[in-house]
Design a binder for this molecule. Sequence first.
Ligand SMILES: [Zn+2]
Ligand SMILES: [Zn+2]
Length: 576
Amino acid sequence: MREEDDAGLGSLVSVPFHGRTVRGWVVGPATEPPSGRLLPVRKIRSAVRFFDAGMLDLLRWVSERYVAPLATAIERSHPPRVVGEESAPVEPPAANRSAPLPASAALAVYGGERLLDPGTTTWLRPLPRDEVTACVAGVAACLGSGRRALILVPEAEPLPATAAAVLEAFGPRATGFLGGNPRERYRAWLDIRSGRFDVVVGTRPAVFAPLADLGLIWISREVHPGHREDRAPYYHVREVAMARAGIEGAACVLASLSPSVETVAAAGAGAVRVARAPRGAERDAAPLVESVPPEAEDRSARLGHLLKTARSGVLLVSRTGYGVARVCRSCSEPAACATCHGPIVAERGRSFCRACGATGTCANCGGHEFGLERGGTERVAEWAKRQAGVRVELQDEATAPSDGRILVGTAAAVKDFGPRSVDLVAILDPDRALRRAGIHAGAQALATWMEAAAWAGPRTGVPRPGRVLVQTNRPGHPAIQSLVRWDPVPFLRSEAARRTEAGFAPNHPVFRIEGSAELPAALRSARPETLLATGAESGTVCLVAVRPEALDVFRQAVLRLVSAGVVERVEAEPQL
Ligand SMILES: [Zn+2]
Ligand SMILES: [Zn+2]
């Protein structure tokens, strides 16, 4: 019987429901007829089976972990249908499976084949020069064992060096699932599903790629915010990948110079293995980091001195623009946006509100002239131009650092450009970055600094090592110390302790729940670990942390409160 001849697990079907026709997926045969009416399937809408039993297990896990409807999890697990693509002929595997694989020797220092133990998760801390080669070697070892591999990168543009290297190394056996228009995305998904490829490189939706015989899921730069889905079911790639590895007997590798607090906590609890080069090798590969106190406008005499001789460099500042408006020149009142009272900033030669985007207008008198507190990428670039012996550029687009220029950018400009060797990497205002609100801010800042610092090359570099300059008033801060000593773990452990004390322990599910005025009392009866409630215009908002072992009971309670109209919206793992 041909697949399209009848419906089965994963089929998309139409079912009559209260006089309407609704879409549904076949999730399995009912062992007993449910109470109430059993509805006949009216029509099979697609010959494609959208998931198999293993994927359904994973999607159920997603639905339960993030307290989201199963249908939402299924919808997010594949690109929207483009019906015309379903009748296009499926190409046979173009792969030459007997072609020699790249050497996997580069894995030896990280535990070799042990990384591929089924059902395990490993935090792999590459030496900076190994970040790309370790991934290629891991994929080669996986294919060598006769299984398939999935590589997840946090962004598609520009193509990360790790993604480019894997696509290049495995040629026709590999494909990218990295954006494109709806037709291309659906085509790529159908091709992957047909078994045409052994290696898939993609961004977060690819964690659900229909790749059979999966042996390895490799997550590049796992602390990157791009690995978290920002709409329902609000999943995190790291967690889904670990669950999928468990269900399908694959291995999961979390690769990062500096991991998440969650990964360090899980490693401490024995749930995640650690693969690092020997301490001596890590030390030799570490960049040379020095710190000085910052002077006015995030400068220092030391930075000015280093800029004079650097032939290549990157200056990282936490703010864009030229400055922040402090006072109105017409009325001398503190500057605030006339539309929303937000902060007014100067950027690209104009002033506007950072919050609402309106042209900078004084809330008090309507004036347009402001006294500025200068600082930000534009101001730094203006100053650096007078110091540097080479060209200075704002890193607007994703420009890789290279010889003959100094780039000025924010953390957003730190990307996977592959190994670099620049003379100077300067982190101008880390203290400001560390003051940022948000439970992930510290871990993300340290990961960004380490990724940028790695561009300076090892302290043993030939002919001469690059330098990392950190301008800080808090050289003893655990994050700064972790950067200087090139070991992220002490700082991340301190972050884990801080979060546990605040009631939001790492790896304990967190939800932001909106609902009616009874919400806090109703949720409290579900015994959460931590509950913070605030009134909002639209109702009540609760921030809730739940012990992992209590998640099931908590979820049942939330679902009852949804039916009772007390809960209106649930967001898992909100950006706190
Ligand atoms: Zn405004
Ligand atoms: Zn004014």
